[in-house]
Design a protein. Sequence first.
Length: 685
Amino acid sequence: MVAVVSSLEENAFEAAPLPAADEVQPNPLSALKRALRGRWKAGVATAALLGPVLATVGYVTGVELYDSQAILRVYPQETNILYTTGEDSVLKTFDSFVKAETTYVASHPVMERSVQILENQRPDLAEGLKASDMSRSIEIKRSDSLIVLKTRSKDQAFASQKLEAVIAAYLARKAEAEETRTSVRLEELRARETELQDRLAALRSDQLEIGGEFGLNALAKAHIEKIAQIDALSARKSEVAATLAAYEAEDGASSADTSDQEIMRATLLDRAMADLNFERAKLMSELAGLRAGYADQTNLRFQRKVEAKIDEINVIETAMDNRREQIRVLGQTGALTDVTEGGDDTTVDEIKSLYAKVSGQLDIARQEARDLNRRRIELDRVETEIDAAQNLLGETRRALEVIRLEFGRALPGYAVVMSPPSQPLEPSEDTRKMRAAGGLMAGLFIAFALMLYKALTERRLRFAETLVPVENRLPVRQVTEADESDRHAADLLRNDLQMHCLRKPRLVGDAPVIAITNAGEANSSACARALAESFARAHMRTLLIEADITCPADETGGIGWRELLRGAGVKPQAYPQQGKLWHVPAGADTQVDDGTVSAQMVRSALARAARSIDVVIVSAGALGNSLSTQFILSNADVGVLALTPADDRRAVTGLVDRLDSLPRNGSIAVVHRAHATDPWLSVQT
């Protein structure tokens, strides 16, 4: 089986060109296709192994998932705003409120509270659960005024319990937020209410302590009566003082003077009676004016003013009665002036005693009046403060009621549970089948990835078409599945070397030198031996030289190439069972190695060996960094690079320049032990 690539200078006797399908295609996937050639069986086997294994693992790790759903509905505070279009701002406010509530349901505080609720309800499943995990496991969407919550779980009951926990946490947090929102104003007003109640209690205690068993009206009336009493006692004291002064006068028997004094006193009392009567008339007119001006008033302060006027009128009337009594007493005391001298001392003492008694009563009355006046003033102040505190307390309680009424209408709407979490009866999704399919696909992908990775990182030659980029300098003349020692492959290589030209005419006529070398795994010695035997079978005198001096010297092989390099005469050995084939072994001289050989030594040795010979086949060994191999190739007519698919691709391409420049007629490449999938391999008949 041989596939031949045409050289740069083809003629009419050359073999047919390669099929068009095997040429380099412009398709960018051709390189990938070439890289994967010959690996499909291994890839399919790997996929057949990994696919079922990963599918089984996916099915075992898959679970049945149960779905649960709950719906919250947000109602507006304003009636019919959802059905009217006149108030756009109200609708936008409500729409924004619904969005905010949807965001709040999915917030971290709500999820954290729901996790705490689940830890109390299902500690077996909620262990290690975090708020972020809870948020990721619940899908929250908004649809108009509805908030839809969906979740799924491996446990049938846990799915609905998660939604119940989220709803409970949301409602609780919302109530706490509303309470916090109004707590500041409520606390201030409640503190003010408590303060006013304490102040009222203290004022009422002061009222009881100051007033005692009397009220403000009673104190006012008692004070007025006490003033009238003081006036009466003052008049009484004046009268007694005047009487005492009359008796103590030197002319006590002068009844005329006494009569004049009594008349004067009576006149004064009569004038006082006239003044009191005038004052009474004025108060009566003021009382009539109050009643006429405030006829429709029924409040307490108006009643107090009316009662105070009536009390003043009663006091004046009492004072007038006292003046009348004094006038009557004055008439009776006139008899004191007619008593005898023998009774003067006794009468004066009695009058003095009466004067002292009246003076004491007057002082006591004045002190009592002063105390009543003080208590009346303080009680009036306390009652005024009580009225003011009661008014403030009423305003505070009304403000509290307003805040309580506005408490439920502080937001544009409120949320209620429209549909509680549903209880799943059957699993909504079985991930075992999906994971099994995913495992199978993963196995196929991993197998393909491994195959592709191995293909892209492959360092071997593998196929002959790898040398297409360098074929203009190193044409591939033969690709065969046979090994290096195959006779038929050697015959085909011999014919190809004789029929196809390289840089000069074909290898006919003078004895050409053909150097066989390799890049690594190929056996250049076996290839050279098979080629030499092929030339011998063609009745050509052929000399085979084992020129690989990098190998250890063969001390039992006799004189050979090593000795020929040193200028010794060498007689080629006849090859067994080959009439026209002679053989020069490697030699046994250990002093000749790769470091001591020179180009002149190689040239001279080849010139002496080619005498009387039709063709010289030299097994030069691996090229690499060997100096002797390079000297042999530089003195050869043709270089033959023996390759196998196991050779390193970079090592082969690195030798192209030397193989193109060293031999006189250039070099060719042959591929042995080629893969059956090599596109340059054809069946030889």
